[in-house]
Every structure is written in structure tokens, then in C-alpha cells.
Design a protein around this ligand. Structure first.
Ligand code: PHE
Length: 345
């Protein structure tokens, strides 16, 4: 037994000596002192050893245990020291100037939106946002778009499960900022000058020109004798501020159920100045947004008498404007989180 113990001691001392990692040591420790480990197994054999022999084997056994335990402890300290040393050697000197700090900036679309908000603030418009999750009623019905109206086909809608608690109406992700109209009309008394900016969502086939998540900007202006002239003025004011003085705005008949008459808002092509080019498809004009005189029924829905007041609604997609302004070809870049793209703007 004595020989056996000495052999075990030597084997383990060798293993401890050649271990390279703390994990190796842990394994050795468990193999020795753990449940059913070497020490456990040996102790169980002691009952078969003659008493006389046990007198020397017992103390030797304890001695060896202590020696091995100490051996592991000392080796562990050594390995730790090596790790600390290695870490110290790896330390980066941040004062050497080799690491460039990357400064962030406001997202290009948000920068542009802040500019628009300033532009319309100057004309007395105040921000009044509407929720991104809204009822079918606020997004469609109240805007003359009942359930089976063909205009719904133009705005593929993402409905969400659950109903509005009080009205039990269907809930959806708003498809346009026009869901602000009914709130603007019913919660305020004319004169009303409000703007709404924010995210909208459609079930789109995503490609370079279409996103499922995008921004819209919209204003609602109601007063006595508000007319198409105001619409022309606001369009021109906006486009000249963004694209420069030699831009022009054009209103073109277009159908939206909640305005009458409804118009598309075009900008003189900023690239060819009306001559016709690849970007505008040879037309000389770029479609920017939609607008129109608020439909009398929508005014009535908001508690405003269409015989006394008239109003305009006017909206567009900020991403498209930013794309034109900076020559960006793919709308998907805006939400991509692509830092290289964002850093360039
Ligand atoms: N809400 C319309 C759309 O998203 C745009 C629009 C706004 C049209 C305001 C007229 C007036 O298609």
C-alpha cells in the first residue's frame, strides 16, 4: 500500500506540474478530492489493511493529501500570475491615437424632418401627432373609405389582433398620417393649423422604392375661405425651401376619397429642370405627395360646418424627398442600420 500511495503521489505531482490551464487543475482536483475520486476510493480500501500497517499508511496518506492539495494551490497561483501578465501585455494604449472615435449623428431622415417642422412652424403650424396603432375607423372609415372601398386596395394594411376596448373596432398599423385628420378636426376649433409627422406601415412587397415601414408628413389647415391657392402656395413654399428657388410646384388632379378636389403635388424635376431626364422618366416633373380640399363630409365628421369653413390637407413621404435630395437609389438603406451609408450623409 505504501508503494502504491507513493506512486499515486508522483503521478499526480507530475500531472499538476505539467498542467497548462486552470481548467486542467480543476479536473485534477476533482479527480483527487471529488466524489468517487482517488481519495475516496483509497479510503474505502483502508478497512482491509492490517492494523500494524495502517499506523504508517494512515499518516502517509494524510501527508500525501496535504502535499497534493498544496501543489494544486501553488500551481493555480502560478497560472493566474501568467494570465495577469498576458493581459497586462495586451493592454491597449488608448492615448496613442490609433483608435478613431466614431461620432454619431442624427439620422438623415430625422434631420430632414426637423427641417420641415421648422419650415412649417414659421407659418404657424403646430405639431399634433396621431398614434401609430389606430382603429380602422380613424384610419379609413371617417375619411370616406368604408370597408369595401377600392381605395383600400392602394394601402395594403397590417391589422393586428385585438380590438379597441370601447368601440370594439378593428386595430391596425396606420397606413398614412391622415389618421391625424379626424383628431385635428374634432379636438380643435378653427382656425386649425396642425402638422403630423411619423411612421406609417403597409404590407408592401419591399423593393428599392417601397418599404413596409416609412414616414409621412401631413398638415391640416382649416379656416374661413381656405382655398386651392393656399395649397399651391404651401407646395411652392415647401419645395423652394428644400430644393432651391428655381423649383416650381404643380398641382395635378388626383383622387383621394377624403379630399375634394384632390391633387397630386409635383415638383419641377430637380435634375433636368423640366426638360425630361431619366429620373423623372422624361416627364420633367416628380411626384412628391398628395393633397386637396378636405371633403365636406370629413369636416362634418369632425364637427366642423363645411358651409362656414373650408380646409386643406397636404402630405408627402420624407424618405422620397431625402432620396431625391441626396441621390439615394434604395429606400431600404434608411432602416438598414448600415453605418457606412449613414456616415456618408
Ligand atoms: N394619405 C394619402 C396617402 O398616403 C396622402 C394624402 C394626404 C392625400 C393628404 C391627400 C391629402 O396616400
Amino acid at each position: 500500500m505504501e508503494e502504491k500511495l507513493k506512486k499515486i503521489q508522483q503521478d499526480y505531482l507530475n500531472r499538476i506540474g505539467s498542467s497548462k490551464t486552470l481548467k486542467d487543475l480543476d479536473e485534477i482536483f476533482i479527480g483527487l478530492f471529488g466524489k468517487n475520486g482517488e481519495v475516496d476510493t483509497l479510503s474505502k480500501q483502508f478497512k482491509d489493511i492490517p492494523k500494524e500497517e495502517l499506523k504508517t499508511v494512515g499518516p502517509l496518506f494524510n501527508q500525501i493529501k496535504q502535499k497534493l492539495e498544496k501543489g494544486i494551490r501553488v500551481k493555480r497561483e502560478e497560472l493566474r500570475e501568467e494570465i495577469y501578465q498576458a493581459l497586462e501585455n495586451e493592454t491597449l494604449d488608448t492615448r496613442s491615437g490609433e483608435i478613431k472615435k466614431r461620432t454619431g449623428h442624427i439620422h438623415p431622415v430625422t434631420q430632414f424632418e426637423n427641417e420641415i417642422i421648422r419650415l412649417f412652424n414659421k407659418l404657424g403650424f403646430v405639431r399634433a401627432d396621431a398614434p401609430q396603432i389606430d382603429t380602422d375607423y380613424n384610419n379609413f372609415e371617417v375619411l370616406n373609405i368604408p370597408e369595401n372601398h377600392p381605395a383600400r386596395d392602394l394601402q395594403d394594411t397590417l391589422y393586428i389582433s385585438g380590438k379597441q376596448q370601447v368601440t370594439n373596432d378593428k386595430l391596425l398599423l396606420r397606413t398614412h398620417t391622415s389618421n391625424s385628420q379626424i383628431r385635428a378636426l374634432s379636438q380643435n376649433k378653427p382656425p386649425i393649423r396642425l402638422m403630423n409627422i411619423g411612421r406609417c406601415f403597409r404590407y408592401e412587397n419591399v423593393d428599392a422604392r417601397h418599404e413596409h415601414t416609412f414616414e409621412q408628413f401631413e398638415i391640416v389647415y382649416v379656416d374661413k375661405r381656405v382655398s386651392m391657392t393656399h395649397l399651391q402656395f404651401l407646395s411652392e413654399y415647401f419645395l423652394k425651401s428644400v430644393f432651391g428657388k428655381d423649383t416650381k410646384a404643380r398641382l395635378r388632379p388626383k383622387y383621394y376619397p377624403f379630399v375634394e378636389p384632390g391633387t397630386g403635388v409635383d415638383s419641377l424635376c430637380i435634375f433636368c429642370k423640366g426638360k425630361g431626364c431619366k429620373v423623372c422618366g422624361g416627364i420633367g416633373w416628380l411626384e412628391i405627395g398628395g393633397a386637396g380640399m378636405i371633403h365636406p363630409q370629413v369636416l362634418r365628421n369632425g364637427g366642423i360646418d363645411p358651409d362656414k369653413y373650408s380646409g386643406i390637407a397636404w402630405g408627402f413621404g420624407p424618405e422620397r424627398m431625402v432620396m431625391l435630395k441626396y441621390g439615394i437609389k434604395d429606400i431600404r438603406l434608411f432602416n438598414s442600420g448600415d453605418l457606412e451609408f449613414l456616415q456618408k450623409l
